[in-house]
Design a protein around this ligand. Structure first.
Ligand SMILES: Cc1cc2nc3c(=O)[nH]c(=O)nc-3n(C[C@H](O)[C@H](O)[C@H](O)COP(=O)(O)OP(=O)(O)OC[C@H]3O[C@@H](n4cnc5c(N)ncnc54)[C@H](O)[C@@H]3O)c2cc1C
Length: 534
């Protein structure tokens, strides 16, 4: 057991794990009545939020309506969206004034140009954006306000290892009382005690070889919640973004579908278009259809990529509306005003996650999950573009209100054990971690990717199961490192993805299997319950 001298014990009212749109919004909404810590694995801006290009879906134009936004979301979700949640999340930002009034503090100001663009699945122009760097604008506004707030402590380079929960004395379930956190600067695992914990850790797209997501998207929140006893749902629905820049030196650079909204066409190497063969909406079909079409054509022709062509638009329009994409592509020698952009699909968004209600409450008392790590029922079998940032804000608002209603009657947990490192040694064989990272991500890409079948899934199940056992054995013997923790979480989350994919005997939305190409008549969510709850 560590001596108290070598281990820090911090305490806050609220511990928010994650500094993206969801975590920072919750921190800002609670900091006037609580002391809040916000953790980030690396720099504060390393979540997916910073990279969001397209925008935030909101009904702001007179010709648009809530009903239409709800209907589009339900249609994209192919029968699995929870309609009451869709209505709850879509409703709040219906007027331009609601942004400016500060109902959504994160986006007022920066998004004031209010040019509305259109994206796949949306029947209207309803995407509010800050050119093609919306996430950066959102993140910078939120983090600036959080830094200025005296009740918020931003703790960068701190990786949560696991949640701390305690059984209620009356036997009525568990309550979350904090988390063990690896401080990457000191190398120490500290105990952070708190009255409430919120997981805002983002998605798990790093499970796949090709992804648009930053490195930290390793499903940590989902894995921690599962180990603590929370149910997860619909993990089979991984969204693959159809258009990630294909270039050997371009890591994870997404080409927003707003480009297709502005008329960009998808073309094969010979210049012919192909989307009409797959869907009458052509380039504006939902992402799953476009990704599958590209995957199909690439496999049919054996080509490395397809092309996105927006050269028909005036150069001034492209440099004004898509400055980030324009300059990033130019770095790789592609001038989007005259050249076609080579693109491939890549893992982009985790639609499933920790089961929560509309206020982000999980199965464990005082544990919340918000943002991409959670499953609210909004996205169903397929997320509609630009609905996710909206979900981060709305559920964070609900969680903040819920915490406010409970905080006066809540005390910090007591008798919590310190982190025990007495039986582990320093990691001396990092190649085991790096090798398993690669193996896991390739296995998921090849066998649990855009097009699945039973044989591939069963093969993946066996492989990932072995990997997970190896990683767990390594974890049990060694002091934790960030890479090891992420791999441990990814291995677990991959198992959950595969278990959900095997359970769904139909093709719906993002889950497409050659063995069950039809839709079932009464679809239900795929809900997994951790062994501890049985
Ligand atoms: C390239 C790209 C473009 C996108 N474009 C759009 C768009 O236009 N519109 C839209 O609505 N959505 C878009 N999305 C999706 C959207 O950006 C994300 O779903 C959303 O930002 C997720 O926010 P979040 O707060 O849940 O998590 P994130 O922003 O991913 O933040 C996660 C945070 O958790 C921290 N964290 C994770 N694990 C741990 C741990 N163990 N310990 C401590 N901290 C941890 C990370 O460091 C990070 O701070 C896009 C995503 C990508 C990748």
């Amino acid at each position: 057991m560590n001596s108290p001298a070598t281990q820090n014990q911090l305490q806050f009212d609220i511990l928010v794990i994650g500094s993206g749109a969801a975590g920072l919004t919750l921190a800002l909404k609670t900091a006037d009545f609580a002391r809040v810590a916000v953790l980030s694995k690396g720099d504060l801006n390393q979540g997916a939020t910073f990279y969001a290009q397209g925008g935030i879906a909101a009904v702001l134009d007179e010709s648009d309506s809530i009903e239409s936004h709800v209907a589009d979301t339900l249609s994209a979700g192919v029968g699995l969206c929870h309609e009451e949640i869709v209505e709850h999340i879509v409703a709040p930002f219906t007027t331009k004034e609601s942004f400016d009034r500060g109902e959504n503090e994160s986006v007022s100001g920066e998004l004031s140009s209010l040019h509305l663009t259109q994206e796949g699945g949306h029947s209207q122009r309803r995407i509010i954006h800050a050119t093609d760097a919306t996430g950066k604008a959102v993140f910078e506004t939120l983090s600036m306000r959080a830094q200025a707030h005296p009740n918020i402590e931003l703790l960068a380079d701190c990786t949560a290892v696991d949640l701390v929960t305690q059984r209620r004395e009356d036997g009525s379930g568990s309550v979350c009382v904090g988390a063990y956190v690896l401080n990457l600067k000191s190398g120490r695992v500290d105990l952070i005690k708190s009255k409430f914990v919120a997981l805002a850790t983002g998605g798990a797209s790093k499970a796949y070889l090709y992804t648009t997501n930053p490195d930290g998207a390793s499903g940590d929140g989902i894995a921690m919640a599962w180990r603590a006893g929370c149910r997860v749902a619909n993990m089979e629905f991984n969204q693959f973004h159809p258009t990630c820049l294909f270039h050997p030196h371009a890591k994870s650079f997404l080409i927003t579908e707003a480009l297709r909204g502005e008329g960009a066409t998808l073309e094969l190497p010979d210049g012919s278009r192909f989307m009409a063969t797959f869907d009458s909406r052509e380039e504006l079909a939902p992402r799953d259809i476009v990704a599958r079409a590209i995957d199909h054509e690439m496999k049919r022709l054996g080509c490395d990529c397809v092309y996105l062509n927006i050269t028909h638009k005036p150069a001034s329009f492209l440099t004004e509306h898509f400055p980030t994409i324009y300059s990033r592509c130019l770095e790789f020698g592609i001038d989007i005003t005259t050249d076609r952009i080579p693109v491939v699909p890549a893992a982009h968004y985790t639609c499933g996650g920790i089961m929560v209600n509309r206020d982000g409450e999980t199965d464990i008392d005082h544990l919340y999950a918000i943002g991409e790590t959670s499953f609210t029922g909004l996205h169903g079998a397929n997320r509609m573009a630009s609905n996710s940032l909206l979900e981060c804000f709305v559920v964070a608002f609900g969680a903040a209100k819920d915490i406010q209603s409970k905080i006066a009657l809540t005390a910090l947990g007591t008798n919590i054990d310190a982190w025990d490192e007495s039986r582990v040694r320093k990691s001396d064989n990092e190649v085991l971690v790096s090798h398993n990272w690669d193996e896991l991500r390739r296995c998921m890409w090849d066998f649990v990717g855009i097009v699945r079948n039973d044989e591939r899934l069963q093969r993946a199940e066996r492989r990932i199961n072995i990997l997970r056992e190896e990683v767990q054995a390594y974890y049990n013997k060694h002091r934790v490192t960030k890479d090891m923790l992420e791999l441990r979480n990814l291995a677990l989350v991959s198992e959950l993805i595969i278990a959900c994919a095997i359970a769904r005997k139909e093709s719906r939305g993002l889950h497409f299997t050659l063995d069950y190409p039809e839709l079932m008549t009464n679809p239900v969510d795929t809900i997994l319950t951790p062994p501890t709850l049985d």
